[in-house]
Design a protein around this ligand. Structure first.
Ligand SMILES: [Zn+2]
Length: 228
């Protein structure tokens, strides 16, 4: 995008800005996160937040990218473009296996789906522990009952390590409409709230027995204990 600020810089000042951005970004392209070398590659300096949506035309709002990444970016806001580029890399990896990406692939990329959630129901509350994630507290939240279905439910904020993909709730791959959804989350008012989960409680003893029998399949068991 045209920039009065950039147009006003001398060649030396522009090169200096590039060096500063390269250092701030630790030598990586803002969009694809791969190494960027201005001596070998064609680069762009572009607004992170576009001027058209209120971005400033000054040094606080510039990023250095590969020219090729900037040309093929999937969103005009570079922060959104960066998230979509991350997703594209995950999608490319799953395509090698001849399938599309699902939530499980995303969780795997960001340290999710590591632990089953230890819970118990007591005095109308659900008690749970996040000790494997380094939180020593026993958390207690009210258990409600849905009037229509009779199903119990509760609200909790869980670290990503305790979130698992559930093929029954969410059987489809993540498709092409992701771009608009990411933009909505970025603006802070998503139309979709993806907090639905179901909890299948299996007694600890049974889980332990199953693990003993399954041996190396422990990780798969964690997915089956709790399905989100
Ligand atoms: Zn790049």
């Amino acid at each position: 995008m045209a920039s009065l600020y950039l147009n006003g810089l001398s060649t030396e000042q522009y090169e200096e800005l590039k060096r500063t951005l390269l250092e701030t970004q630790k030598g990586s392209c803002f969009i694809c996160d791969e190494e960027i070398d201005p001596e070998l590659q064609s680069t762009d300096v572009d607004h992170v937040e576009p001027i058209s949506t209120g971005g400033r035309d000054d040094v606080t709002n510039f990023a250095l990218t590969h020219s090729s990444c900037n040309r093929s970016k999937q969103a005009s806001d570079l922060r959104v473009a960066r998230v979509l580029a991350r997703f594209a890399r995950i999608r490319d990896r799953t395509m090698v296996d001849g399938r599309g990406p699902n939530l499980s692939d995303i969780l795997g990329e960001y340290g999710g789906a590591k632990y089953p959630l230890p819970v118990k129901v007591q005095d109308g509350s659900i008690h749970y522990s996040l000790d494997k994630a380094g939180d020593p507290a026993v958390h207690k939240v009210p258990l409600y009952k849905d009037q229509l279905s009779g199903l119990p439910y509760f609200f909790a904020r869980l670290p990503i390590q305790y979130l698992h993909h559930d093929d029954r709730i969410n059987p489809r791959n993540i498709g092409g409409s992701l771009s608009r959804l990411v933009e909505e989350f970025h603006r802070g008012y998503p139309q979709l709230h993806v907090s639905l989960a179901q909890l299948l409680i299996i007694p600890l003893k049974e889980v332990t027995n199953q693990r003993d029998e399954r041996g190396a399949q422990n990780h798969h068991q964690a997915h089956e204990d709790l399905n989100f």
